[in-house]
Structure formats: C-alpha cells, structure tokens
Ligand binder design. Structure first.
Ligand SMILES: Cc1ncc(COP(=O)(O)O)c(C=O)c1O
Length: 540
C-alpha cells in the first residue's frame, strides 16, 4: 500500500537518519562474506629468515606483492563490484586513479563483464596507462593531478550513471582488504606460530588498515595494529592527532601508493577507534627495507610495499624487543624500474651500511697515500672485522694548501660514521660526517669538480680498476713523486670493475716514464685529455 497520507508528510519533515556506524562485528560479517577469490589469490605468509635473525624477533611477510596486479587493491575493488546489482553492472563502473587501484578495477570489471572507465591525470606515465588498457580498462586522461581526475570522474559518474568505485572510503572496499587479515590469522597456525604481537600496515587513504583492524579487533583484539606512513605524507596520523580529518597541502611522492592528501571519512572513523599506534618512516629507511625484502625473498617491492618492514625495524630499535612476532603486509610491487637506481643508492645509507664523509687532506706529496693507509687502519668499532671498501671517492684540486675529498666507506652497524669521522680527525685528516646530510647526498657528491686554475699539464684518464682491496694502493705506490693527482672521481656502481676518472699532472719530460707506468700497471684505460666535454667543464 502506498502511503500518501499524513505519515508521508510527517516523515518528510523528519531529518534523514544517519546510518548506524558499522562495528567490527558488522565488518567481520562483511569480510567473511567478501568476494575476492575470483580475482585474488590467497597470498603466502612467509617468515623473513634473515631479517628475523638480524632483529631477534620473528618477522612475517604477507605477500600481497604477488597478487595478479602486484598489489592488494584488487580485493577491495572486486568486492565492491561483485556486490553491485545486475542493473548497476550493466551501466559500468568508474574510478579515478593513477596507480594500483586502477589496475584492480580494470581486472575486476573485465572478470565481471562490465565496462570500466578509469580517469587518470594527463601526467600518468605511459606504462601505467598501457597496463590498465591491457586489462580492458577504458582510460580517460584529465587534469594535472589526482584531485582533478577525481573531480572529473565524479562528473562523469553523474552524467553516465556508472557506479563510482572508491579506492578506500567504502565499506565494501574496506571489507575486501580485510580478507588479508582473515587469511593471515589462519595461516599463522600452518606456520605453527601461536603468537602474533603486532601487524604493521601502510596507510594511504586508510582502506587497507581499516579492513585489517576491523578483522583483528573482532577476532584477536590483543594483537596490535600499527599504521605506517611516510614522514612527508602522514595525513592519517595528523588527522588522528587533531581529532578531525586534516587536508595536507602537499605530500611527498616517493611512496606514490600512499601519497594521499585527505583520508576517508569512514577510514578515519575506523582508524581512530581501532588502530593502536602509528609510526612514520623516511625515504632512506624505505630504500633499506626494499633491500631487506629483496635479501629475504629475491623480490622487489614498491616503496609503499616496504613501509611496514621499515617500521618493524624502527619499532624493534626503539622498544628493544626480543622474541616477539610481527607481520608486515608487503602491499605492492608496482615499482618504476627507473627508480631502482635511486633505491639502491639510498639503501646503503638508509641501513647505515655506508658512511659518507668530507675529508680534508693536506695538499702535499704522499698525503693521499697516507690517507689510504689510514682507511686500512680503521678499527671495526665493534662491527664486522672484514676490510672496508671505498664506495666513493671524489676530489678536484682547488687550493694550494688543502684538498677536500668526498669519501664513502662501507660500515656494518648504526652510528659508525661518526666514529670514523672522529678517527680521521684525530689522525690529522679533519672530517665531517655527511651520512645524514640530504644536500650532500643528493647534490654535492655529483658536483665535486669544475675548472681548476692549478691543474696545469693535466692529463685526463678513464680507468677500469679491479674492484678489490688494494687496487688504488697499488696505483699510488707505483706513481713517481713528481706526479700529482689533480682530479679523482669514483662511485661504486656494483660493477665488477671500478670506473675511475683521474686527472694527473705529469711534467712533459716524464711522459715516457708515465707510459711505462701505465703499461706495467695493466689497468685498462682511455685517455680523455682531448675530449671536448673535459675542456668545457673541467679544463681552464
Ligand atoms: C601498494 C600500496 N600500498 C598501500 C596503499 C594504501 O592503501 P589505502 O589507501 O587503503 O590506505 C596503496 C593504495 O593504493 C597501495 O597501492
């Protein structure tokens, strides 16, 4: 019976009732009923043996990096779509994303036989556009940023009647991501582990952690859920601290999977209520964690995928825990290949496996040799006893009294760089520790050089030194006293040979002897003295 009478007008006058907030028990039901396995796999839960040994705690890795689209995002996206009515599916789905969500939506939609429109910023790299298209998604490029693309997707949604699939702020998406926690707790038993002390979860908009926290707090509330964000992209942490959602003006993009300026309403509500603690990590720590994951699994995760591992290391260092069990969700592996070089470079510093120093050496014969000897005499400071390698050595003659050298050395434990600097300074080579100096690491190391008034009669040679201890010492010992190194440029790039560029001041009268020296040394080299680029940037 249609109700057109007094009750209808009475109801219309009443304010619309806000839907009741979902409890962990409600989410538990949704997670148990979630549909994800048409597209997602039950990912493995593995013990990270090396990392566990190093940290004296058991570290478990939940391998969401091995999902068909290399991230967990397809779970939530598919669960949302699988709950749409046949009519809604007929009209298709739409989303805005330049990353993992886009691929999840495209794959899920093709499995359900529905059309997926993905709005991406025009700045999206070609590889990501192609990946979405290969999965059957229809790409619309719009605007410069994610926010522009998002607004455009909302406009298209209204016009087309398609259903918007939110990347995080939707109970069905959250429930889909929660299936990760459901699997994890079950898998603990097959690993014969009774105990799990904490689960570490990367946060972008908060969908993943909301799903995980709801399941864990409903089933095993004693297990801590710890949220992890980048230090330059911590919208959830700041929002929880302020008690309201905070919109960030800018976010760092290194961990692009978690670079979100405004968290969701529902994800904020859930995180605020259920997440036990939050941690932030920095770029170097994430690079080091990518390496840790590689060492244990021989797989490379994207920055967002390594956040949780970086946080476990930080947590153990801070709380000095032993014998506990922690799980990290490796949430994605969509790594830009170009970024690997940066990651490898910073991983050593992030892990404090490399000390970077500015060392001042008196500009007089034999002092470089003395400095190389001193490197060989460096104590182990309680770390590994194996000989240190020189990872970087950059120098350009610019002063008649002193030479400033940018030096990199391998280390085996935290805090060693300061001790090395003090040791050099004590032995007459004043040193500055640059290990944590971003200006030095990002720019100055590449800028040591330039024209030198003093580099007369200079010859420029590009050498291949064997990458083994003593190769430079052999070179220095064979040099005649009247010859001078006026330029030195070396960075260990992981190759089997060290590529070294060297400027040498050799008086004309010694050119024959110098040719003999090079022949006897036997290191392959190319003379670059006539190279125009040398003349443009280094020669007066
Ligand atoms: C690899 C990866 N990790 C973490 C996240 C963050 O997930 P959420 O936005 O649900 O917090 C994302 C989001 O796209 C992601 O792609």
């Amino acid at each position: 019976m249609r109700d057109n009478g007094v009750f209808a007008s009475f109801r219309a006058a009443m304010p619309a009732r806000k839907p009741r907030a979902l409890t962990p028990a409600d989410y538990l039901t949704r997670i148990l009923n979630a549909r994800v396995y048409d597209v997602a796999q039950e990912s493995a839960l593995e013990i990270a043996r090396n990392l566990s040994r190093r940290l004296h705690n058991t570290v478990l890795l939940k391998r969401e990096d091995q999902q068909p689209v290399f991230s967990f995002k397809l779970r939530g996206a598919y669960n949302k779509m699988a709950h749409l009515t046949p009519q809604q599916l007929k009209r298709g789905v739409i989303c805005a994303s330049a990353g993992n969500h886009a691929q999840g939506v495209a794959l899920g939609a093709s499995r359900l036989g529905t059309q997926a429109v993905i709005v991406m910023p025009v700045t999206t790299p070609g590889v990501k556009i192609e990946a979405v298209q290969a999965l059957g998604g229809e790409v619309v490029l719009h605007g410069d940023s994610y926010s522009d693309a998002y607004q455009h997707a909302l406009t298209l949604e209204k016009k087309s009647g398609m259903t918007f699939v939110h990347p995080f702020d939707d109970p069905d998406v959250i429930a889909g991501q929660g299936t990760i926690a459901m699997e994890m707790l079950r898998q603990l038993q097959s690993l014969d582990l009774q105990r799990l002390d904490a689960v570490f979860v990367a946060i972008g908009g908060g969908g993943l952690i909301s799903g995980v926290a709801n399941y864990i707090k409903a089933v095993r509330p004693e297990i801590k859920v710890i949220g992890v964000q980048m230090d330059d992209s911590s919208a959830m942490m700041q929002s929880v601290a302020k008690g309201r959602r905070v919109q960030l003006q800018d976010v760092g993009l290194f961990s692009d999977g978690t670079a979100v300026k405004l968290v969701g309403e529902e994800t904020f509500r859930v995180s605020r209520a259920l997440v036990d603690d939050y941690l932030t990590v920095d770029t170097d720590a994430v690079c080091a964690a990518i390496k840790d994951v590689f060492v244990d699994t021989r797989s490379i995760v994207e920055p967002a995928g390594a956040l949780a591992v970086a946080a476990i290391k930080q947590y153990v260092a801070k709380h000095r825990t032993k014998g506990e069990t922690y799980a990290a969700i490796l949430c994605g592996a969509n790594m830009n290949f170009d970024r690997l070089r940066f990651v490898a470079e910073r991983a050593e510093v992030g892990e404090e496996r490399e000390a970077l120093l500015a060392v001042t050496i008196p500009e007089r014969p034999g002092s470089l040799r003395r400095f190389c000897e001193l490197i060989g005499e460096l104590p182990s400071f309680g770390g590994s006893k194996s000989p240190r390698s020189v990872t970087e050595f950059n120098y350009r003659m610019s002063d008649t009294q002193r030479a400033h050298v940018f030096v990199g050395l391998t280390t085996t434990q935290r805090g060693e760089s300061g001790k090395i600097a003090a040791f050099f300074s004590k032995h007459g080579f004043e040193s500055l520790d640059l290990t944590h100096d971003d200006l030095a690491k990002e720019h100055i190391r590449h800028m040591v050089g330039g024209h030198s008034e003093l580099a007369r009669e200079e010859r420029l040679l590009r050498f291949e030194f064997p990458e083994r201890p003593g190769a430079l010492m052999k070179f220095l010992l064979a040099m005649r006293p009247g010859w001078n190194i006026s330029l030195f440029h070396y960075r260990n790039q992981g190759a089997d040979y060290g590529r070294i560029l060297m400027g040498l001041q050799v008086p004309k009268a010694d050119h024959k002897a110098f040719a003999v020296f090079l022949k006897e040394l036997g290191y392959p080299y190319v003379e670059e003295t006539q190279n125009p680029v040398y003349r443009l940037f280094l020669r007066r």
